[in-house]
Design a protein around this ligand. Sequence first.
Ligand code: NAG
Ligand code: NAG
Ligand code: NAG
Ligand code: NAG
Ligand code: NAG
Ligand code: NAG
Ligand code: NAG
Ligand code: NAG
Length: 482
Amino acid sequence: MGSLPFFASICTLILLSILEFSSAADKITSGQSIRDDETLISLSQRFELGFFSPGNSKNRYLGIWYKMTPQEVVWVANRNNPIPDKTGVLTISSNGSLLLINEAQSIFWSSNSSRMPANPEAQLLDSGNFVLRDSNDRSSENYIWQSFDYPSDTLLTGMKLGWNLKTNFQRNLTSWRSADDPSPGDYSLKLEVNDVPQLVLFSRSKIVARSGPWNGLQFGGIPMMQNYVFKPKLVHNEDELYYMYDPFNDTVLTRLTVNQSTGKMQRFVSNVGSREWDSLYSWPFDICDNYEQCGANSYCRVGGLPMCECLKGFVTKPQDEWGTPQTTTCVKKPPVGSDCRNGEGFLKIARMKLPDDNWSNQSMNTKECRAECLKNCSCRAYANSDIRRKGSGCLMWFGDLTDMKECSAGISWGQDIFIRVPASELVNHSYKKKIMMIVVTVVSIIFCMFLLGLLVYKAWKKTRSKGNTFFNLVDFNSEKVY
Ligand SMILES: *[C@@H]1O[C@H](CO)[C@@H](O)[C@H](O)[C@H]1NC(C)=O
Ligand SMILES: *[C@@H]1O[C@H](CO)[C@@H](O)[C@H](O)[C@H]1NC(C)=O
Ligand SMILES: *[C@@H]1O[C@H](CO)[C@@H](O)[C@H](O)[C@H]1NC(C)=O
Ligand SMILES: *[C@@H]1O[C@H](CO)[C@@H](O)[C@H](O)[C@H]1NC(C)=O
Ligand SMILES: *[C@@H]1O[C@H](CO)[C@@H](O)[C@H](O)[C@H]1NC(C)=O
Ligand SMILES: *[C@@H]1O[C@H](CO)[C@@H](O)[C@H](O)[C@H]1NC(C)=O
Ligand SMILES: *[C@@H]1O[C@H](CO)[C@@H](O)[C@H](O)[C@H]1NC(C)=O
Ligand SMILES: *[C@@H]1O[C@H](CO)[C@@H](O)[C@H](O)[C@H]1NC(C)=O
């Protein structure tokens, strides 16, 4: 009986070494499997795949997390189908798909693909992508299935947020339901396309906030803070339209998540090898980011009194005059005369989060854009669609201008928009300018004449002083009186 503890410890040692062996692996092939107490670890030890229980839950889920910070789960396979006990097994099934089953052979999750690999293998890559492929076809990124195609609440470096245009498949981020439950919650982040793509944060089907259209460098309504951490990009080709980001430096880790309790988009950073994550920013930032915080044809100013202000050329709708700022809708001042083309012009408003657009042409320049907008009486505003190439690309707005925000100075966000206003607004403007010019001109002329007079007087006095001392009695400069 005394040998039992000894025996048990030997067994434990053997078991541990088996675990050690299995946990060092980063892939499984056909016929192999991962049990609840086993994990896969990516080559550089960055990511780990295995079973976990979130928060206070006893349920088991298959997921991927950072090896250094296991509490940061970046992907969950069976979000909707928790395994109630620890009998879960991940295998590659005979038809070459990934299969998550338990003791009773119930299927909790499976990868869905149309192709069947001859020699399937599933590998956890250093990017955090869990891929299924044919082991004869290791070099290509021609995956049969990949976890990056099915984001949970986290966008990792290299993941695409957006559309496969061929299949019309849209990849979104969806928050967890709670810290104990990774099933899809209320909040989601999507790349939406009116005409120019923008990020939209939803609470169920309700829009919480929009980023403003992509302007070639960034989404106009989300500031480019600390841009040494990551480089955002938007890719649009025949097959795909998506947002993704590249790290500036491979020693910096960054991820984008949708918070399950606040519904905010959060950007986190960490250094490779660190056990700490810092929140870089969360969005929405302020009250003016709330979707349609102000009414149509007005814009929101943080700290402004009032917060919502009608755009130039628009006035408060009469019946709204006693309404709260939030309900204020601004309507167009009527153009003078019937022909809008002669009666109107454009006024530049700087540093704006652009409204939802519905018309663009990337090959038009600003001049053409302006001319085209002026021609069409229902065109309300225009702007550059690509600020990288100044003066190129055209955005136009037909109908009300909604959800505009004045972006604070000092950081890179917001852009110029040109609003159509009645001529009276413009005349007023240039009239004031003209008066100012006239006043300045007259004052300078008088001053010049005064100086000239002084010079002439002194010269005259000098010549006279040679012959006549009488004029020396009064010295203009020194005010000496004799
Ligand atoms: C592969 O097998 C699993 C389980 O047997 C099944 O659920 C799945 O639909 C199959 N996939 C294909 C593509 O046949
Ligand atoms: C699985 O794939 C088939 C065909 O590719 C598709 O019709 C089906 O909707 C997919 N099922 C899931 C759950 O994604
Ligand atoms: C993403 O959101 C869209 C729109 O709500 C929805 O139709 C689509 O199914 C979602 N995509 C995924 C993969 O859940
Ligand atoms: C990346 O960061 C490390 C540590 O901060 C630094 O030593 C290295 O020069 C950086 N590399 C690049 C390409 O910026
Ligand atoms: C969500 O936000 C809350 C409140 O700011 C915070 O306590 C929590 O840690 C966040 N959750 C995640 C997963 O970041
Ligand atoms: C875009 O603008 C160019 C140049 O003005 C024009 O040739 C082209 O037809 C326009 N495209 C659309 C879709 O309006
Ligand atoms: C003005 O633009 C609207 C919306 O694009 C279009 O329906 C209408 O035909 C245009 N009118 C003219 C005169 O071009
Ligand atoms: C743009 O949106 C406005 C208002 O929603 C609508 O009246 C107009 O027809 C739209 N124009 C185009 C070109 O889609």
